[in-house]
Design a protein around this ligand. Structure first.
Ligand code: T1G
Length: 712
């Protein structure tokens, strides 16, 4: 290695160690860093001129991003992974047992092994900066904190707070980290180094680290610090993990067990449990799939949907949103709270604008009540929102997003109005969910600056955004929409202008099949329970109620018109809409609702549809029909180039409809089953239920060539 990873200077007896992994955007604990680290720390331990150590990062926005995930993708066996974890534990033990105090000066992301590193230090100073976040995200990779995190975190911040962080893998911002006692001091970044040095000097004089006893209080005494209380906490935590993961994700339960062993049998036993469980998890298929998703989304973040360098993104400072309904207000609110841009919300009458503005303030109101926003920040962000019923104020908007009624004529009309007032170079995006952009942009003065931005509802929560270029859309417009979508916190895929784009395209046959099953009398709870057991967050019937049965009626109509017989919707939707059942939003649908809360299925639906409930349809049949309908459509759409790669298709399915992440996405599932097997099953389903299950040409070819979507 030419350049060292760790630079060491001695400032008046305090060794200042700066980690800066050469040629990498972030610091990560890879083999080279571990090897060099061990040498550096051994030298510091032996150096009589060093009485304390301060540890800093040389990277602008990251302290340490964790162990090197690339490394354990190479791991072939459980034993190998166990060694990785055990080496990490040993390295951090050297810090914890160093006779001289080590102070971590944390600015930027401090995740996974990076936080475990900071936990092994004797004192932590954090920067009160938005970039500073601390977390143990390992379970999101199907792993667990394997370098002592399951042992040190509970001992520092208490059992319950530690489990909250470890089991969900969520990070905390600087202020919360200080409240929890994760950092001992919180200072502006400008004096972080100086404060850490002062702490190092102070600690080198006083042998005992005086730490403000923070946090766990009476409940801590009752629960965290007595064995009976802890037993209660372990069992509550286990129950909630099992209900959340449906038994599909082994990592959180394993992490809970490592925490328990460490607290009940001592740290040494806990560390052994940690590296054993880490080894076991690292080679599970679940972890492989979750790590693939991490690399897929990371690569996607750098992919603007056009060949690199062919498009320049427009800087968006002022934006317009047309249509202050559910979607428009959601788009406006998310744009303000996540992208901090000025948003002007337009609708036809002031009453609707007022309602829209109130709904758009939702995320900000929540930020204030949850103390994520100060009163000042809240006021500043609310001031970014304005409303109007006329065209004033759009002359300076660099981007307008239209979210009016899903009707081609209305959308064309609104586009024409805005082309009159928008400045040259601005981008006009339409939030359509099924109407091709080409038809909306048809007749526009500047079709090169018209694009689709398809958000999912609720906009504030759903992470996916589909960006759909029309035939004439230029590269600058595409890159502008993609970058702004990311500033709104979305995972963005660029998809082809085909009816239904990607998500609604693969969802259509799946929802239709649920309708056919219902029409045959299959119980609603059997349909939904089968698919939640498969790993979906909700089943297709519940999804119908959430999306709105009238919305589904419109979307399925567009898809039927575009794709013909194969996507003919089951004859249940019209009857439901005709009976005024629009789903959750109307308080009546396929489920019952009382005061907005969803109760069980509405048994009167069967009589309405004139069907007899039939209990005997097996879950296997239900799952096969629903899943294979989606797999077939996904393969067909990939073959048509609807998505630019299987990676985009799988990420789009996972982030767009909650396709189970541990299965990797519909195209990964086809690879796992093999195209040949999927073709066989589809052929037998076609023989039993009709030609809608005929395997698409792309799949048949793939089966013949024995090809995969992801070549090994
Ligand atoms: N390992 C390997 N590569 C990583 C990495 C990591 N931990 N973190 C980031 N990268 C790469 C990433 O692939 C990309 O590479 C580049 O850095 C920039 O990332 C023992 C076992 C840190 C918030 O899960 O969440 O510690 O594409 O584009 O948007 O208990 O990356 O440029 O070649 O995402 O600013 C736990 C994962 C590991 C954190 C930065 N740590 N990383 O986001 O940049 S497991 C994580 C992130 C562990 C221990 C266990 C994000 C980020 P390239 P980027 P960003």
């Amino acid at each position: 290695r030419l350049m060292p990873i760790f630079q060491v200077t001695n400032e008046d007896g305090v060794a200042v160690v700066t980690m800066d992994l050469p040629g990498e955007p972030v610091n990560k604990l890879n083999a080279a860093a571990k090897a060099e680290f061990t040498q550096v720390f051994a030298a510091l331990a032996a150096d009589s001129n060093v009485k304390a150590v301060v540890f800093l990062s040389g990277k602008p926005g990251t302290f340490i991003a964790g162990a090197d995930i690339e490394e354990f993708t190479q791991v072939k066996s459980r034993e190998e992974a166990e060694v990785l974890s055990r080496d990490g534990q040993a390295m951090l033990d050297d810090i914890a047992h160093l006779s001289k105090p080590v102070v971590a000066a944390i600015h930027g992301v401090c995740l996974g092994g990076g936080l475990e590193f900071a936990l092994a230090c004797h004192y932590r100073v954090g920067s009160s900066d938005d970039k500073t976040q601390l977390g143990l995200p390992e379970v999101q990779l199907g792993l667990l904190p394997g370098a002592g995190g399951c042992q040190r975190l509970p001992r520092l911040i208490g059992l319950r707070a530690a489990l909250d962080m470890i089991l969900a893998g969520k990070s905390v911002r600087a202020r919360k980290a200080y409240r929890l006692g994760l950092v001992d001091e919180l200072v502006p970044q400008s004096i972080l180094r100086r404060t850490a040095l002062a702490a190092a000097h102070r600690l080198s004089r006083d042998s005992v680290v005086k730490r403000a006893k923070r946090g766990t209080g009476f409940m801590g005494l009752l629960l965290d610090r007595n064995p009976l209380g802890r037993r209660l906490v372990y069992s509550q935590a286990g129950k909630s993990v099992r209900s959340k993961t449906g038994g599909h994700y082994p990592a959180p339960l394993a992490a809970l067990d490592c925490v328990r062993v460490g607290l009940e049998k001592g740290m040494a036993a806990g560390l052994v449990a940690e590296h054993r469980e880490f080894g076991r998890l690292a080679v599970t298929d679940v972890s492989r799939k979750l790590v693939q998703i991490f690399f897929g989304t990371t690569a996607l973040k750098k992919d603007d949907g056009v060949p690199r360098g062919t498009g320049t993104a427009l800087e968006i400072r002022r934006m317009g949103v047309v249509g202050s309904g559910f979607m428009g207000a959601g788009i406006a609110g998310t744009a303000v709270s996540r992208a901090q841009v000025e948003v002007r919300l337009k609708d036809t009458d002031l009453g609707r604008v007022a309602i829209g503005l109130k709904a758009a303030r939702g995320p900000l109101d929540k930020g204030l009540t949850r103390r994520r926003l100060t009163k000042y920040d809240y006021a500043r962000q609310v001031a970014l929102l304005s409303g109007t019923t006329d065209m004033t104020g759009f002359g300076r908007s660099e981007l307008v997003v239209e979210a009016v009624f899903e009707d081609l004529e209305v959308k064309r009309q609104v586009l024409a109005e805005f082309e009159e007032v928008l400045p040259g170079g601005s981008v006009y995006a339409t939030n359509t969910s099924t109407i091709p952009i080409e038809r909306i942009a048809d007749g526009a003065a500047h079709p090169e600056r018209v694009i689709g931005m398809h958000f999912f509802s609720p906009v504030e929560k759903m992470p996916l955004l589909e960006v759909i270029p029309g035939k004439e859309t230029n590269a600058d417009t595409i890159v502008t929409a993609v970058h702004f979508g990311r500033r709104m916190g979305k995972t963005v895929i660029v998809v082809r202008d085909h009816p239904g784009f990607w998500v609604n395209r693969i969802l259509s046959p799946y929802m239709n099949e649920a309708g056919y099953l219902l029409k045959e009398g299959t119980p609603i709870e059997a349909i939904d329970r089968t698919m939640t057991r498969y790993g979906f967050p909700v089943g297709p019937i519940a999804l119908l109620d959430e999306v709105g049965i009238d919305v589904a009626q419109k979307a399925s109509g567009v898809m039927y018109q575009a794709f013909g017989e194969r996507l003919r919707p089951a004859p249940v939707i019209d009857a439901l809409v005709g009976d005024g059942r629009l789903g959750r939003k109307s308080g009546r649908g396929l489920y019952r609702y009382e005061k907005g809360k969803k109760k069980g299925p509405d048994q009167s639906v069967y009589r309405l549809l004139g069907v007899q409930r039939r209990e005997e349809v097996s879950p296997e049949t239900i799952e096969e029909r629903l899943l294979y309908a989606m797999l077939n459509e996904a393969a067909m759409a990939v073959g048509e180039g609807v998505v630019r790669s299987p990676r985009d298709g799988d990420i789009g399915a996972i982030f767009g409809i909650g396709f189970p992440p541990f299965r990797g996405g519909p195209l990964r599932v086809i690879d796992t089953l093999s195209a040949a097997r999927v073709v066989d099953v589809l052929q037998s389903l076609a023989a039993m239920y009709g030609p809608r299950f005929t395997p698409c040409d792309a799949l048949v070819e793939q089966a013949k060539a024995n090809r995969k979507f992801y070549p090994d």
